[in-house]
Design a protein around this ligand. Structure first.
Ligand code: ATP
Length: 357
């Protein structure tokens, strides 16, 4: 449905916001553009919408290039972060508006029937004659999405649509957005910097950093099979534990522990591990207290209870580590605990960040 081919964007001041971006989005999929502030998410969205023009590369809808097509002719629905509703119009008038102007121009009565049909779908019929200024953030959000959908676009673009809502409402509205776009069957691109939001609603996630795609994959693969250290650190909460280690003569070492490399290689990896400097990555759930001999012991500096789980905080040398255990494991601050790794789940990265195992 959407192909982005070797897309580059250099702004007038010489800043290279997108280096060479390639991806394909299947018809009907909900795809998240995810990444830290400034990584180029909105730039991609604006290029797809035609609000910016690319410095190089191509954007195709259903096989045809759209880079020379005017924004209004691209058949796109765009929901901005601030919703951009017309304050002097009622909700109904806001939603009818795009139908009664420009190319689509249809008679008012017909526009009203279409608008009402979509308002039913998004559950905002009761807001009919209210002005946007009197609505809550969540309600304005729904009006903005309804106004985008009413034009029957082929693609729906949502730029950080939940950022103005409080935490509870975000959870509810994100479920609603997924249900709605799946019901309508519309291809949707959703921009967010919130990894949990992206994991929860996407069919696919495109994770960016500094104008370069780091991984384009199913949500679970970003967690279970991160392409590099950046992805491993960006996805998951609490953040993955990382340790600088040296591999030499079949042993992985740092100042505090020594682990035979064979434990990793027999659990997960086919090849032997060449000598060198690496970064060992262990998710908090794969770093567990053990009754047996572990790889090292540490005193718990802090224990946090978060719902069903406890987070054990400890240090290896100067590095702060986290382990997640069940609420039933009543381990107290200050106790000394022996830890071991889940060797089949550990990741090993080169110093450059590339994942090798
Ligand atoms: P955020 O989550 O903060 O919205 P983003 O990932 O959407 O970030 P973009 O808005 O795409 O980031 O911006 C990418 C980079 O390009 C940023 O470093 C930004 O400062 C820069 N940038 C954006 N617009 C322009 C412009 N018109 N001129 C120069 N630089 C720009």
């Amino acid at each position: 449905m959407i192909e982005v081919i070797d897309l580059k964007k250099v702004f007038d001041n010489g800043f290279e916001a997108l280096k060479s971006v390639d991806f394909t989005i299947e018809k009907g999929d909900l795809v998240c553009l995810l990444g830290p502030s400034g990584c180029g998410k909105s730039t991609i969205l604006n290029l797809i919408a035609g609000l910016l023009s690319p410095s190089a590369g191509d954007i195709r809808f259903a096989g045809s290039s759209v880079v020379k097509t005017e924004p209004k002719d691209r058949n796109i629905g765009f929901v901005f972060q601030n919703y951009a509703l017309y304050p002097h119009m009622t909700v109904l008038e806001n939603i009818m508006f795009p139908l009664t102007v420009g190319q689509k121009k249809i008679p008012k009565e017909e526009a009203k029937i279409t608008a009402e049909k979509f308002m039913k779908l998004t559950n905002i019929e009761e807001l009919y004659d209210k002005k946007p200024g009197t609505l809550s953030g969540g309600q304005q959000q729904r009006v903005a999405i309804t106004r985008a959908l009413v034009q029957n676009p082929e693609v729906l673009l949502l730029d950080e649509p939940l950022s103005n809502l409080d935490a509870r409402l975000r959870l509810r509205i994100r479920e609603e957005i997924r249900r709605l776009v799946k019901e309508v069957g519309i291809t949707t691109i959703f921009v967010t910097h919130d990894q949990e939001e992206a994991l929860s609603i996407s069919d696919k996630i495109i994770l960016l950093n500094e104008g370069v795609i780091q991984q384009n994959d199913d949500p679970q693969n970003l967690y279970l099979e991160p392409a590099n250290l950046f992805v491993a650190k960006f996805i998951g909460n609490p953040i993955i534990n990382t340790l600088s280690v040296t591999v030499q003569d079949g042993l992985m070492k740092n100042d505090v522990f020594q682990i035979p490399v064979s434990r990793f290689t027999s659990a997960r990896f086919k090849d032997s591990m060449p000598d060198g400097e690496y970064v060992l990555g262990i998710r908090p759930e794969d770093f567990s207290p053990t009754g047996n001999e572990g790889i090292f012991s540490a005193e718990l500096t802090n224990v946090e209870l978060i719902g069903r789980e406890r987070i054990l905080n400890f240090q290896i040398g100067l590095d702060r580590m986290k382990s997640i255990v069940s609420i039933e494991d009543e381990i107290e601050e200050g106790t000394s605990v022996t830890f071991d790794l889940n060797y089949s789940k550990a990741f090993i990265f080169k110093k450059t960040g590339e994942r090798i195992y």
